[in-house]
Design a protein around this ligand. Structure first.
Ligand code: PHE
Ligand code: ZN
Length: 894
């Protein structure tokens, strides 16, 4: 398909303003599952700012056009094709009424209007509105919506749309209607409707200006007992945005709705956020600590979009990170503030959040940046925009926003935000507009900062240090560079502005007060160096002994630091660094180094299973036993880098070798520290009712990590007993899930019995059944053939490809969470992958493309695997239909 790129690629620099604007739209839905009729009345006028266009083109896909009237008269000067309608010779301002029909029951893509559990939902971002009606489906066309919904009252008693309910009542034939008006102009991607049988948890709150607001969390009746946490999270998010950014809720009511079938996490439709059930529903029996944490973050995220995304939106989809990077940053800060507020040790709680965020960035975004889908935070081109909801746009985008705050300070950042809203409220703008607001509010030239939006790839900062004992100076040289871009992508490179936080740790473990050679007094212990050239040297004076540098504290920029620490220096930093993030990072680097050495040994010879790094075990042991460190932090340090992360750091990824090395180190840590693990296990119980507080979560994280290590120790019987008891007596899913996964790892009859019990216990809780699938897909027992387990589960009556959560639980968990088994040498994993991508390709292209991406790094692997992956990619290329999947495969094979 050599012509794919040429024919279908959309380029950022091709942007032009819309030739027409639509000020208001009245939508009238006659909701029927097989065929829904939509009457769409729009007030249209020429855009005075745009180039004159003789024709008016509307987007529309898979719609049946029933009638079209211009200013009340049938209009015939129209052409239809599969992408939409073209009207010729239209006046400068007119009313257009289009009646069309769509087929929700046949819509498996989960874009546009579709059914889930027999109820109506919509998903419009990015380009789903065109599957509902003909429109200018682009974010820079903002209209005021009035929406009337008609449907059978028994089947769909609840009718919701954006904004405020202005009318409702009964109709003939058992139907009823509701009319909604959204007072804020919005782009079509923020439109939503729901017609369903639901109940709501409600709260009334008063915002800081004294306004009364109605908050609702809509779910199916049997899930009402799982809504409290989402509601609390929403209330906290509202309060936080007022306190931290002075931003208030602008609507009289704010609704969250849970839906079981959803491609993403959640969607910020104005006043009517629609959520994947996974990010709303929680009670102690069904949800883990991680679920509780994710719900708080995603509820916050969608709520924060109300200002960063909805009030100020994106001019075009290349600016996606304008709203997503900023909103991820805001949700990260929200979660950190919430965790810190509840914690005994606020700094530790914040560091814990930061570690989690950076772990995700390093595992997903750094990998993306090194592969065929590498793109800048503001991409230059795409074939299918759905493929660009990526770790780069979201997670790297959030780091880019964080750097403004790092460079300008919290106050300066707040002033930049204030100016951004002052200038752009109600507008569709670009990443440059955001940067300009930050610059102007702080009288700072941020021209160079543009590179963070336009350059792809992860920057490297290599560090050289020179201690001059006689002069008592310590010179730190920072040099920035990039690895060559993958696939020979052409990139222009210029030095970036990199905030680089540094500390110098004295031999006694204390931070030095830092003094640069041009300063007359020592200052703070952490210095924010600004690296703006290709290479710069910073010279510290009055340094009495050679210190150990603590580099990139709190991960002040999304870069990879290169510095030749000795093992002893890493052990020293792990024990002493005042920056908890770098303490963790030192431990991870030490573990990574050891694991990669062992992986190479495992490749060549048999890995000597007794060989290890005793200093590493001792260092990790001291952290584990250190009562001044929070349990959450200790759990972070003792969690080894994932196999995927390690494989990415080999010259040629060898999943089997990585697995052998990591498993070996786990066994060593399990046995050498077994007394500690048993003691930790006993000490960190959380008796009493389940509480999702940071402290209790930390206790459970460390206790369950102990259990997990013990399953790899010599003490099998004792561990089996602990796991079985924990499984039987758990009052929450974190503990029961961890116990089940321990039992599965230990294997045998008890594991089978627990799996059966778990299934029966949660038969009516789809989110728990997802976990049941995922635990089995992730099991790593060497003697298990997990591909066959997965194949068997694909035939289980509870498995369906139509539910994205179920697909992710079984198939994605296996492929990305179980690399050694997936990449088994016989290649059966790749056959499974190809089969599943093609099965999803016609059903749900978006999900299919995400699955397709799991093989995009094929070139990174050892030759025998690489060759088989190549074949699987060719198989998919031969039959894939969707442009979503074709774009991914095409780029992977370039
Ligand atoms: N905009 C959503 C969010 O980040 C994500 C999303 C994208 C959801 C596309 C659905 C479809 O919150
Ligand atoms: Zn978002």
């Amino acid at each position: 398909m050599p012509n794919l790129a040429a024919a279908n690629t959309i380029y950022r620099t091709d942007y032009t303003s819309p030739p027409f604007l639509i000020d208001t739209i009245e939508l009238d839905f006659e909701l029927e599952p097989q065929r829904t009729t939509v009457i769409n009345k729009m007030q249209v006028r020429r855009n005075p700012e745009a180039k004159y266009s003789p024709k008016f083109q509307l987007d529309g896909e898979v719609l049946q056009l029933i009638s079209l009237h211009l200013d009340g008269m049938p209009y015939k000067n129209v052409q239809i094709d599969e992408t939409g309608l073209t009207l010729y010779e239209v006046p400068d301002a007119f009313e257009l009424t289009i009646t069309s029909a769509c087929e929700p029951a046949n819509n498996t893509s989960l874009m546009g209007l579709y059914l889930s559990n027999g109820h109506f939902f919509t998903q419009c971002e990015a380009q789903g509105f065109r599957k509902i009606t003909y429109f200018l489906d682009r974010p820079d066309v903002m209209a005021r919506y009035t929406v009337t919904l008609r449907a059978n009252k028994t089947a769909y008693p609840i009718l919701l749309s954006n904004g405020n309910l202005i009318e409702s009542g009964d109709l003939a034939d058992g139907k009823h209607y509701a009319k909604w008006h959204d007072p804020f102009a919005k782009p079509s991607y923020l439109f939503a409707l729901v017609a369903a049988q639901l109940v709501a948890l409600e709260e009334r709150i008063t915002t800081r200006s004294g306004a009364q607001k109605l908050l609702q969390v809509w779910v199916e009746a049997h899930d009402l007992d799982k809504t409290r946490h989402a509601m609390d999270s929403l209330i906290h998010a509202i309060q936080w945005d007022e306190a931290r950014f002075g931003l208030e809720l602008d609507l009289e009511r704010f609704m969250l709705v849970a839906v079981s079938d959803f491609n993403m996490g959640a969607m910020e439709n104005k006043g009517l956020n629609i959520f994947n059930t996974q990010y709303v529903l929680a009670n102690p029996q069904t949800a883990t600590d991680i679920d509780y944490t994710n719900i708080e973050a995603v509820v916050g995220h969608e709520y924060f979009h109300n200002w960063t995304g909805n009030r100020v939106t994106c001019r075009d989809w290349f600016q996606l990170s304008l709203k997503e990077g900023l909103t991820v940053f805001r949700d990260q800060e929200f979660s950190a503030d919430m965790a810190a507020a509840d914690a005994v040790n606020a700094a530790a709680a914040r560091a814990n959040q930061r570690i989690e965020n950076v772990r995700i960035l390093q595992q997903t975004q750094f990998t993306e940046d090194a592969g065929p889908m590498a793109h800048p935070v503001r991409p230059e081109s795409y074939v299918e925009i759905n493929n660009f909801y990526t770790a780069t746009v979201y997670e790297k985008g959030a780091e880019v926003v964080r750097m403004y705050q790092t460079l300008l300070g919290r106050e300066g950042f707040r002033q930049g935000m204030d100016l951004y809203f002052q200038r752009h409220d109600g507008q569709a703008v670009t990443c440059d507009d955001f940067r300009q607001a930050m610059a102007d509010a702080n009288q700072r030239d941020l021209t160079q900062f543009e590179g963070w939006y336009s350059q792809l790839g992860t920057p490297y900062v290599s560090v050289r240090t020179r201690y001059d004992e006689a002069a008592q100076t310590y010179a730190v040289t920072l040099a920035q560079h990039h690895k060559p871009a993958p696939n020979a992508l052409q990139v222009v490179r210029a030095p970036l502005l990199i905030p680089f936080a540094l500390g110098l740790v004295d031999t006694n473990g204390q931070d030095l007060a830092l003094q640069l050679d041009n300063e007359n007094a020592p200052g703070a212990a952490t210095r924010m160096l600004e690296l703006s050239a290709a290479e710069q040297t910073f010279c510290f004076i009055n340094v009495r002994r050679r210190p150990v540098p603590s580099l990139l504290r709190d991960f002040s920029a999304p870069v990879i630091v290169e510095y030749d620490y000795t093992d002893d220096e890493l052990i020293f930093l792990l024990a002493h660094d005042s920056d908890p993030f770098n303490r963790w990072a030192a431990g991870q680097q030490l573990a990574t180094r050891t694991l990669l050495t062992h992986a190479r040994q495992a490749e060549n010879t048999q890995l000597n299973t007794h060989e290890t790094n005793p200093a590493l075990i001792e260092a990790f042991g001291s952290v584990l036993r250190n009562p001044t460190l929070t349990p959450a932090f200790r759990a972070q340090v003792l969690t080894l880098p994932t196999e995927a992360y390690l494989a990415e750091h080999m010259d040629e990824a060898n999943p089997a070798a990585v697995h052998a090395a990591r498993q070996n180190l786990r066994v060593q840590l399990a046995n050498a520290l077994s007394d500690d693990w048993f003691a930790i296990y006993a000490q960190h119980q959380t008796p009493g009712p389940y509480q999702p507080t940071p402290a209790a979560m930390g206790q459970r994280a460390l206790k369950n990590l102990a259990l997990s290590y013990l399953t790899d120790s010599e003490h099998t019987e004792r561990t089996l007993h602990l796991a079985q008891t924990q499984y039987d007596t758990a009052n929450n899913m974190s503990d029961r899930g961890a116990a089940l996964s321990a039992l599965i790892h230990l294997g045998g009859e008890l594991a089978q019995a627990a799996l059966t019990d778990f299934y029966q216990r949660f038969e009516n809780e789809p989110l728990a059944i997802d976990k049941w699938f995922a635990f089995q897909a992730r099991q790593t027992r060497a003697e298990m053939d997990v591909i066959n387990v997965v194949r068997t589960l694909l035939r289980h009556p509870a498995f369906t490809s139509k539910n994205p959560n179920r697909v992710r639980a079984l198939i994605f968990s296996f492929i990305s969470g179980n690399p050694a088994q997936f990449h088994a040498p016989h290649g059966a994993g790749y056959t499974l992958w190809a089969e599943q991508v093609l099965a999803l390709d016609t059903l749900n292209p978006q999900l299919a493309a995400r699955l397709a991406r799991l093989l995009e790094r094929w070139r990174k692997f050892i030759p025998p695997l690489r060759e088989q992956m190549h074949k699987a990619l060719e198989t998919v290329l031969a039959s894939a239909q969707s442009k979503d999947v074709r774009e991914i495969i095409h780029k992977a094979l370039l």
